[in-house]
Design a binder for this molecule. Structure first.
Ligand SMILES: C[S@@+](CC[C@H](N)C(=O)[O-])C[C@H]1O[C@@H](n2cnc3c(N)ncnc32)[C@H](O)[C@@H]1O
Length: 274
């Protein structure tokens, strides 16, 4: 690694994951109580702490191996996907640039926006001005499982985690911090089931799915997979989560997608559309 572009992107990965500062992990992240009385008390308590610049979490010490592999939920970092998955994003985006595969880049499920910042930074580092990075998210966390329609999501509790609810304003502020908020970053705010069918995207070179649930993964695939150019990439952050894996396997089977799945780390995979 000896040129400024590579050095910049390498440093950026370590900054986005807070690998440089030994960020701690919120080991057991809080989820909201479901009982309305308990929830009201809990919310008041969190409000009380917030006013006093305090946070409630069960911290664990920084573990570099976990942070490399996206295996902890960071307290401060702008992304939870870890260094290896950022390397994978770089590989996919630089491949489509090199091979002139047409299309934009999208992540469905952006949380604090770290992967979006990184995608935009790669385009900037390579002087690419004709591709957009799309950030699709509710910006209010995950949906409650729709068990009738998606029985695979029955056990999912992600919608209860407050830490997964990051507002659009705060994501924009994160992107701005890195100097990456411009008209090559566009937002699709709302549930995937509402925003993705009519999204004004012509074609995609990289589709990164990070919505954790069967429903969220399937909505991404049904609405966006047909837009992925031949030679483009599909990245699945949550293949290690059973319900996400089932959505991927079901979609591939139903649509006779046989392109080889490649492992990124213990949880994530990608394939190239051939
Ligand atoms: C695990 S986080 C994404 C992590 C992120 N890619 C990163 O770099 O750290 C999952 C995100 O998906 C969003 N999400 C999941 N399902 C969704 C849905 N059906 N509609 C809209 N947003 C959804 C949540 O709001 C959350 O921000």
């Amino acid at each position: 690694m000896d040129n400024a572009k590579e050095l910049y992107l390498d440093l950026l990965k370590k900054a986005l994951t807070f690998y440089l500062w030994e960020d701690r992990a919120a080991a057991k992240l809080l989820f909201e109580p479901q009982n309305p009385i308990k929830k009201a008390i809990f919310d008041r308590f969190l409000g009380y702490l917030k006013k006093r610049h305090m946070q409630l979490a069960n911290f664990s010490e920084f573990d570099p191996e976990k942070r490399k592999n996206g295996l902890d939920w960071p307290l401060m970092a702008d992304t939870m996907i870890g260094l290896k998955r950022l390397d994978n994003i770089q590989f996919c985006v630089e491949s489509v640039i090199k091979d002139k595969i047409p299309g934009d880049l999208i992540e469905t499920g952006v949380w604090r926006g770290g992967a979006i910042i990184f995608m935009r930074a790669i385009l900037k580092a390579h002087g690419v001005t004709d591709r957009v990075v799309w950030a699709a998210d509710s910006f209010e966390g995950l949906p409650a499982p729709d068990v009738e329609k998606y029985p695979a999501d029955a056990g999912s509790r992600f919608h209860q985690f407050k830490v997964l609810q990051v507002t659009l304003e705060s994501v924009k502020a994160n992107i701005e911090k890195y100097g990456m908020l411009d008209d090559q970053v566009k937002f699709l705010k709302g549930w995937f089931t509402d925003t993705l069918p009519g999204a004004p995207i012509k074609n995609l070179a990289v589709l990164r799915l990070d919505g954790d649930m069967y429903e969220s993964t399937m909505d991404g695939l049904i609405n966006l997979y047909p837009k992925v150019s031949k030679g483009g990439f599909i990245i699945v952050d949550d293949y290690g989560i059973a319900e996400c894996q089932k959505a991927i396997d079901d979609y591939r089977k139903q649509n006779s997608v046989n392109d080889t799945i490649v492992k990124i780390d213990a949880s994530s995979v990608y394939w190239r559309r051939l």
